[in-house]
Each structure stands twice: as structure tokens, then as C-alpha cells.
Design a protein around this ligand. Structure first.
Ligand SMILES: NC(=O)c1ccc[n+]([C@@H]2O[C@H](COP(=O)([O-])OP(=O)(O)OC[C@H]3O[C@@H](n4cnc5c(N)ncnc54)[C@H](O)[C@@H]3O)[C@@H](O)[C@H]2O)c1
Length: 252
């Protein structure tokens, strides 16, 4: 039990990596706040955790706007009384080159992937400072380091997280540790959306798997394992880091 007696908020936890992180953290003893926008999927993840004798509540809120984040923090405090861990995982993939992407899609991508971090942490950090320690994990992407066709807004939003995580680690350490996970191709609904940017989407997913040194897509559980490492004392001397979980793509 690596996260006993700790409360963790996980945004975008109604599917993919967020759901896997919520389930793993609960198995490790954390009280988990499952955030998302779809009540049916959110309640399902929370009840699956409860069925395994874990502790979880679903808090519906849209984290792309300031109010959604302050509501999430308020509801977490009502449910569990404090916040020890924040996993900012929710993400949106708005596709298009600069000359084609609409302003709406550009801003939605920035609001979901970057501005939400500002809004969520602005509310959550003062609460984490009341706890013995705090731990922040943000889910970025290898798109922070590498371009992909039609991914202008997504790459820019994820790229900004690399310096931001260092800044958070500096400004709020040593009380709070903060690290960024940069996944490669992971088998979730989002990668299927990403593949639509390519002429042959099925081929693009197969190519993404083939591009890894491990010759497969990652699983949500692969990323959940990295998140648990970063949330637990196993990584107690790691902060401000951007860690790739990409099957080796960035090592080529
Ligand atoms: N799948 C990949 O290959 C891949 C690769 C690199 C990075 N990522 C990143 O990993 C994270 C998780 O994505 P995933 O692949 O598990 O995809 P996913 O689509 O399964 O999960 C993303 C979740 O975020 C939620 N979400 C989106 N906007 C939200 C909002 N405004 N408010 C609340 N919830 C919101 C979605 O509803 C969904 O539950 C994202 O930040 C994504 O950018 C994914």
C-alpha cells in the first residue's frame, strides 16, 4: 500500500489512462476523486473501485474552465477533507495546421491541456500545502518534443508543460514534488482520434506501434505504473522531471 491515507484527484479519469491511474491508486490505498464530464462513465469507474473495497467518488466537472477546477477542489475537500496528490491527466486533441485549425479548436486545446493546469493548481496547491507533503503529476506527451502532422495546437500545449513542471517544482519544493509524464502511443480512445490526422488511420496506429523500440502500443496500465512510481516514495528524489513512457520512440 504505497498511497495509504492519501487523497488523489485524477482529472479525465472516466476512460483511458486516467481510469487506469484511479484504479491503481485506489488499490494502493489512496482515496480517489474520479473527475470527468460523463456521469455514466465516471460513476462506473468509481463503483468499480468501490467493488474492490477502494475509496472513490466521482466529481463531474469540465476542467477547461476555471469554475470546473475550483468546483473539483471544493468537492474533494467536502468528500475527503484534504488533497495530497493531483494527477492532471485530462487532455484534448484538436487537429489542424495553423492555417486550418479554427480559433475555437485552438483555444479548446490550450484550455484543456495547459490552462487547466493553472486553474487546478491555483486552487489545489494551497490545500496541498496544509498536508505533510504534496505531489503533482501532469500527463503531457512526446508531442512536447516531436512534431506530428496537423498537431499544431496539441504540440504547443504539451510543449509548454515541460518548463512549467520545472517551475512548479522550484516554486513549491521541497514541500511539493511535481513531475510530467510524456506518453508515446498508448492504446486509448485518444490515439484513435489522433490517427484521423493521417490518410490511413488504421495504418497510422499500426505504424505508431511499430515505431516503438518495443514494437507495441503502450497500455493505460503502463502509464498508471509510472504515475504510481512518481506519486509514491519510490521516486522521492525526483522532481521537475519529464519522463517519457513511450516504448523508446524518443530514444531513436
Ligand atoms: N493515448 C495516447 O497515445 C496519448 C499519448 C500522449 C499523451 N496522451 C495524453 O494522455 C492523457 C490521457 O489521454 P488518454 O489517451 O487516456 O485519452 P482518453 O480520451 O481515454 O482520456 C482523456 C480523458 O480526459 C477527459 N477530458 C477531456 N477534456 C476534459 C475536460 N474539459 N474536463 C474533464 N475531463 C476531460 C476525457 O473525457 C477523457 O476521459 C491526455 O492528456 C492525452 O493528451 C495520450
Amino acid at each position: 500500500m504505497k498511497l495509504q491515507n492519501q487523497t488523489a484527484i485524477i482529472t479525465g479519469a472516466t476512460s483511458g489512462m486516467g481510469a487506469a491511474i484511479a484504479k491503481l491508486f485506489a488499490r494502493e490505498g489512496a482515496r480517489v476523486v474520479v473527475n470527468g464530464r460523463n456521469p455514466e462513465r465516471g460513476e462506473k469507474v468509481a463503483s468499480e473501485i468501490q467493488e474492490e473495497n477502494g475509496s472513490a467518488v466521482f466529481v463531474p466537472s469540465d476542467i477547461s474552465a476555471g469554475e470546473g477546477n475550483s468546483l473539483l477542489v471544493e468537492e474533494t475537500l467536502k468528500a475527503f477533507g484534504g488533497i495530497d496528490i493531483v494527477v492532471a491527466n485530462a487532455g484534448f486533441l484538436g487537429l489542424g495546421r495553423i492555417t486550418e485549425i479554427s480559433a475555437e479548436t485552438w483555444h479548446k486545446t490550450m484550455d484543456t491541456n495547459l490552462n487547466s493546469i493553472y486553474y487546478l493548481l491555483r486552487s489545489a496547491i494551497p490545500e496541498m500545502q496544509k498536508q505533510p507533503r504534496g505531489n503533482i503529476i501532469v500527463n503531457g506527451s512526446i508531442a512536447a518534443f516531436k512534431s506530428f502532422p496537423n498537431h499544431a495546437a496539441y504540440c504547443a500545449s504539451k510543449g509548454a508543460l515541460v518548463p512549467l513542471i520545472k517551475q512548479i517544482a522550484m516554486d513549491y519544493g521541497p514541500h511539493i514534488r511535481a513531475n510530467l509524464i510524456c506518453p508515446g502511443p498508448i492504446d486509448t480512445p485518444l490515439i484513435r482520434d489522433s490517427a484521423k490526422a493521417f490518410p490511413d488511420p488504421d495504418r497510422a496506429v499500426a505504424d505508431a506501434a511499430d515505431a516503438t523500440l518495443l514494437k507495441r502500443l503502450g497500455t493505460p496500465e503502463d502509464v498508471a505504473g509510472a504515475a504510481l512510481f512518481l506519486a509514491s516514495d519510490d521516486s522521492s528524489f525526483i522532481t521537475g522531471a519529464s519522463i517519457t513512457v513511450d516504448g523508446g520512440i524518443m530514444s531513436k
